[in-house]
Design a protein around this ligand. Structure first.
Ligand SMILES: [Fe+2]
Length: 399
């Protein structure tokens, strides 16, 4: 087994590892340096340990027969309080490129599907008074009014959901339901909420080419919310990545768990000592949706001492912090979004020469989720530049 580790130290420390026998080496912005200090050694040792464990997780996945059983991201499921469902859906129509393609309800629940060709879909739902298996992971200091609000599930395609479930049950994976949810067009199942992230991983096997999410027993209705006809929304494209905040002590377990449930690999981690923050990236391939985990370097002690990431978890629990949308003409688009009432946590950061420009919105009052808008230049496939990552992390301290 061959690994390569590159260490880069500027304001932050960037570590990149690669399983050369499987994945090609990815480009890293920056220069190699031989300069070392104690912090770098500690972080470097942590990365070495994580990449070794991640490689073993991939070997275990391979040995279990899971290779090729999980595809790319199909959709994400976002739950809201009942009163927030329509405002949350309208807000996503107003501030992203996705359009409402489906609506359905049954006795307690109601759902809207937002789609865009080439992007994972967003399924926005409310459960009404039905039991919520995510209630326990939603509880935190500032979530009393949002007991049902969360991005709950990342749903990946599979060519054979029954085989996936059989193998994963033997490996001890717990699912939310004993049986598959079967409809005319798909079979679906999802895991129980993770003890490390609070997120669930869903698997969907499509039976044909029709992408209809209406479950068996639900009534499909004509969507009653329409998308505003704003031209600048054409600049906002696919769901590029999502970032989940996890406790410092759970970082490794959260990443390994995700690798064991999907066909993703661990790509790299960025340590930002000044913000007590590590941003870790898992990917399937360069063009695919990326899963980002953000954690503290050291566990929470107090709001003042622990930095914005660990403080966020105290306030809101472990959960998805932001969804990032690939955006063209980002300056003009952000200016127009601002005129349409969108508020941002900071100004646009980054530049052409750094490979990307990006910005965080204020968190939604209906979903608690931040929208990131990200524009990449010249095929840059990273998620931040060395100058941006500190400012972005610092800005989230306002939440
Ligand atoms: Fe991001």
């Amino acid at each position: 087994m061959v690994f390569r580790e590159l260490a880069v130290r500027f304001n932050s420390q960037l570590f990149l590892s690669q399983r050369l026998r499987i994945y090609r080496l990815r480009r890293v912005a920056g220069h190699m340096t031989a300069q070392k200090d104690l912090a770098l050694d500690t972080a470097s040792a942590q990365e070495k340990q994580l990449t070794d464990m991640a490689a073993r997780a991939l070997d275990s996945r391979h040995d279990a027969g899971l290779d090729g059983l999980v595809g790319g991201l199909d959709s994400v499921i976002i739950s809201t309080e009942t009163d927030n469902l329509v405002p949350a859906t309208y807000e996503l129509l107003r501030y992203t490129g996705l359009d409402c393609t489906e609506a359905f309800f049954e006795a307690e629940s109601q759902s809207y599907v937002l789609s865009l060709p080439g992007s994972a879909s967003l399924i926005i739902q409310s459960r009404g008074n039905a039991p919520n298996p995510f209630a326990i992971v939603n509880k935190a200091r500032l979530t009393d009014h949002f007991p049902n609000t969360r991005l709950e599930c990342f749903v990946f395609t599979t060519p054979d959901v029954e085989e996936y479930v059989e193998i994963q049950k033997q490996r001890g994976v717990e699912f939310l339901t004993p049986a598959l949810q079967v409809s005319e067009h798909f079979s679906f199942i999802q895991t129980a909420p993770s003890p490390y992230t609070g997120n669930s991983v869903g698997l969907i096997e499509w039976k044909d080419t029709i992408r209809a999410y209406v479950p068996e027993g639900s009534r499909r209705v004509s969507p009653d919310i329409s998308k505003p006809a704003y031209r600048h929304l054409n600049n906002i494209g696919k769901l590029d990545h999502a970032a989940t905040r996890v406790r410092a002590q759970d970082r490794t377990a959260a990443i390994l768990e995700f690798l064991s449930l999907t066909n993703y690999h661990y790509d790299f981690g960025v340590h930002v000592k000044s913000q007590n923050s590590i941003t870790s990236v898992a990917r399937r391939d360069k063009e695919d949706f990326a899963m980002v985990f953000t954690s503290g370097i050291t566990p929470y002690t107090s709001d003042g001492a622990s930095g914005p990431t660990e403080k966020f978890i105290q306030n809101y629990g472990t959960r998805v912090h932001h969804m990032a949308f690939k955006t063209e003409s980002i300056e003009q688009t952000v200016a127009t979004l601002t005129m349409d009432g969108m508020e941002f946590l900071l100004d646009l950061v980054g530049s052409d020469s750094e490979g990307l420009r990006q910005i965080f919105s204020e968190p939604s009052k209906h979903t608690l989720i931040v929208n990131e808008y990200i524009h990449r230049y010249g095929g840059f496939d990273g998620f931040f530049s060395k100058n941006n990552v500190e400012r972005l992390t610092e800005a989230t301290g306002k939440q």
